[in-house]
Design a binder for this molecule. Structure first.
Ligand SMILES: Nc1ncnc2c1ncn2[C@@H]1O[C@H](COP(=O)(O)OP(=O)(O)OP(=O)(O)O)[C@@H](O)[C@H]1O
Length: 533
């Protein structure tokens, strides 16, 4: 064993022995300290006693001692009393904890100093921001949560600051977010009239809300949940083992919807396929589905062979066949609806039952089609996108945000309901949503977190429900069970009953080389779509 190890071991032993000795002798040292304090007190009193009174005082003390000695058990009781009194006097008062510093005095000077280079000017006659200034000169109000994190702040800024320029604003917002914590999102309200910026830290949205039957009107699709201030509506939501109410993000579909199609963009793993599943489960309650999984990962395999699901395609051939059928079906519905209107008859159910085309990563198939010299599946979406509202055909596309520029112009132009999931820089979000955000995104977000913008409305925060893949063994069992309970099945003893379907069932033709597991439906003569008039 080396000398250093010997020394270390010896030091450890000595420290342990010292700790034990201190524990053992703690009562003795307590009493000793008390006796010392008694002696000190006696000495002080004796010195404070005038000389002429010292003789009688000493006589009185001796008499008291003799009296105690003469009492039965007197000396013993006197010693016990003395030791008790010494132990009481020898206690050391606990050190009083220093009061915690005011978080405002710790954090706001740093924020003030960081803002000063952007908001100070040497020739400003009445500067709010100076290198030697204090935060109270510029900040009108603030609030911190019990953990000492900034929750609200009102910042004043000089009149010359260009608060109408997005670049100048964004610099200030970045500084504030950097100093207040990048893990949270902040809303920035610029009061241009009063030169004030109100910053609010946004509370986290509810996470891992399991799939469940949502209380919505027909044609309404719940995309997720948002801030209470963003909507006055609340819907009942069972979460965290109990009922409650949450503010929903609702997308209205159907013939009167101004935004009949939806585009979901997101980074890998941000929850695009999960949101598509959320839409699918709600669509199945009143309509039929055609699902195209361009990535071919089998994330929508749970929909295979479910009542109301025409087909779940993962191959290029299958996707082309299904989308071609969907385009013809759109035309057929239009023709049937026009004819019914012309005759003054109610529209037949087979032309009004909603049909949903759900496409996950369609650009993967576009690339494959280019490589194989086949038609682009996205081109087949043109008719459903253009006439979908009248023909009750809704297109929902989930795509990676990096591949957004490979989406066809027709698709990009037609999808006016948009969702962006994942953490992206603010300019990228603004580009994807078509409008700038009045908040700065957090540096990291959980799956299913993002922003939704329906039509020309404002962009709102969104947390999608956890409609996980029931075949994903890594997903929590309670979330998978919740999805299974909602999947329609012909065997109503174990799963949700199939929604009622009309007599006429449009059929998707089988594609050559279809993979095992896809639903094969035969085409019937009545179901063949009529050409668009
Ligand atoms: N809203 C959500 N709540 C909880 N977990 C979620 C949510 N959305 C997605 N997840 C989980 O995140 C993981 C990735 O989800 P998903 O497959 O939907 O992402 P994606 O964006 O489709 O990914 P990719 O682009 O690779 O297909 C899955 O494990 C899923 O269970």
């Amino acid at each position: 064993m080396s000398l250093t190890r010997h020394l270390t071991r010896g030091r450890d032993l000595a420290r342990t022995a010292g700790d034990h000795a201190a524990d053992m002798f703690a009562p003795l040292s307590l009493i000793g300290r008390g006796l010392r304090r008694h002696a000190g007190w006696t000495k002080t009193r004796w010195q404070a006693t005038p000389k002429e009174k010292r003789g009688p005082t000493a006589l009185l003390a001796v008499a008291a001692v003799v009296g105690v000695v003469l009492l039965p058990h007197g000396p013993l009781l006197a010693i016990v009393a003395l030791l008790g009194s010494a132990a009481w006097t020898g206690r050391q008062p606990k050190p009083v904890a220093a009061p915690a510093p005011d978080p405002a005095d710790v954090k706001l000077p740093a924020l003030y100093a960081a803002l000063t280079p952007y908001l100070a000017a040497p020739d400003d006659p009445c500067p709010l921001y100076r290198p030697d200034g204090g935060y109270r000169d510029a900040f009108a109000g603030w609030a911190f949560d019990p953990d000492g994190r900034l929750t609200a702040l009102e910042i004043g800024y000089p009149g010359w600051f260009t608060d109408t320029e997005p670049g100048a604003r964004s610099r200030i917002e970045q500084v504030v977010q950097g100093k207040a914590g990048r893990a949270r999102e902040y809303r920035f309200d610029w009061d241009l009239e009063c030169n004030r910026l109100r910053v609010t830290a946004l509370a986290p949205l509810p996470q891992d809300v399991p799939a469940q039957p949502w209380v919505t009107a027909p044609g309404e699709v719940l995309l997720g949940f948002t801030d209470p201030e963003a909507t006055q509506r609340r819907i009942p939501v069972a979460h965290d083992g109990g009922p409650g109410h949450q503010p929903p993000v609702i997308w209205r579909t159907g013939p009167r919807s101004a935004e009949p199609h939806l585009l979901v963009l997101g980074s890998t793993g941000s929850g695009g396929s999960t949101l598509l599943r959320t839409v699918a489960l709600q669509a199945l309650a009143h309509g039929d589905l055609v699902v195209v999984d361009g990535a071919g990962t089998g994330e929508h395999a749970c929909l295979v062979n479910r009542p109301g699901v025409h087909t779940v395609e993962t191959s290029l051939h299958g996707a082309l066949a299904a989308l071609e059928w969907a385009a013809q079906e759109t035309e057929r519905r239009l023709a049937v609806l026009n004819a019914a209107r012309y005759r003054g008859e109610p529209a037949p159910a087979d032309a009004t039952r909603p049909l949903w085309l759900l496409l996950d990563h369609p650009t993967e198939l576009t690339e494959l089609a280019e490589a194989q010299g086949q038609p682009d599946p996205q081109d087949l979406l043109e008719v459903p996108l253009r006439h979908g509202r009248a023909a009750r055909v809704t297109v929902v596309v989930a795509e990676s945000i990096e591949a957004a520029d490979r989406l066809s112009p027709a698709l990009r132009g037609a999808v006016r309901a948009r969702v962006v999931l994942g953490d992206h820089p603010a300019p990228e979000l603004a580009d994807a949503l078509g409008a700038p955000l009045d908040l700065t995104p957090a540096a990291h977000v959980p799956p299913g977190r993002g922003y939704a913008r329906i039509g020309a409305g404002p962009a709102t925060r969104l947390q999608a429900p956890a409609t996980v893949d029931p075949l994903d063994e890594d997903a929590p069992a309670r979330l998978r069970d919740a999805v299974i309970a909602l999947l329609p099945h012909r065997d109503t003893r174990i799963e949700a009953p199939a929604p009622p379907v009309p007599d006429h069932q449009p059929q998707v033709p089988a594609a050559p080389g279809e993979p095992a597991g896809r639903v094969i439906l035969e085409k019937t003569p009545e179901a063949s779509p009529a050409p668009l008039r």
